[in-house]
Design a protein around this ligand. Sequence first.
Ligand SMILES: Cc1ncc(COP(=O)(O)O)c(C=O)c1O
Length: 340
Amino acid sequence: MSQPVPFQYPERIKLAQTPTPLQKMERLSQKYGAEIYFKRDDYTGTELSGNKVRKLEFILQHALNLGADTVITCGGAQSNHCRATALAARRLGMKVVLVLRTSNPDQPPAAEGNILLDCMADATIIWVTPEQYQQRDHYFAWQAEQLVAAGDCPYIIPEGGSNPLGAWGYVATIEELVTDLEQLQDNDPLPTTVLSAVGSGGTTAGLVMGNKLLAADFRIVGVNVCADSDYFKQVIGNIMDDFQGRYLQQPIATSADMEIIDGYVGRGYAQSQPQELEAIRDLARLEGVVLDPVYTGKAYHAMISELQKNPDCFGSRIVFVHTGGLFGLFPVAEQMAEIL
Ligand SMILES: Cc1ncc(COP(=O)(O)O)c(C=O)c1O
């Protein structure tokens, strides 16, 4: 058994509805012969639903402390992080600039799903190609320069809010989970696997750090929804190194303290294949829980596919972190309708 490490959270502003519930999926558990729970981080709010608001509580507090009045961030066209940032910024009386990736910036995607909400928040949207997106730091600097020249005080948030400060949001989730599991009726201290989607790495970095700091002894497993496991081991390892350098006396974790299940990117980032959409549909019918096609649907598809191959692969208790993303379901309505 590892030992807890004393720590103090950085200052944060309350934005998320937390703690979120831990719910047992009774029929799913029966089907796969393991205790399967969902940590309902899709319940962190309506507009702010999902994992990003947990990170934003720390990041936006920092922005406010620095006197920022405008936030700049980036993501894919249907970015949940950008939508949550736009609405959270408005809640705090700030303006927002989004650098959004799309194949043809001259013909940006329709204002639906998260984009609709970005527009409702009156975010300034800068559409860029995937190639231009590689140079997003350049767009950030350019926007920041213009804002400063106009007398504003901008604050830049990296993709997905995935930096050491944002990772504290998922340290807090581990703390909640420890209490959630202690409060279970049978309170059997079963070995527990915590499984979630990996998009920019900050959530998993926070889960690993929280697991170590609180000596929770969970097995932390991520499913990459883009790129590959080597890439994310590097990215998450870097966030963790930074986190430990900034906030801890000495390092306590490395990227060896988590696993990334590769092989479930499918057709690519934000591209769905029928078996993923079928998994989402079947879960809605089995448990009345709705996943998104870009993140949680892929992670869930990976989880049940691995369980089908080997029912013991995650041990006897699994916590699937439902990180939200529901607004991303509406832009695939047509594709989904084909299998209903
Ligand atoms: C709904 C949802 N789930 C999971 C993730 C993955 O989290 P992270 O970017 O911290 O890896 C994201 C964002 O990328 C997301 O929007």
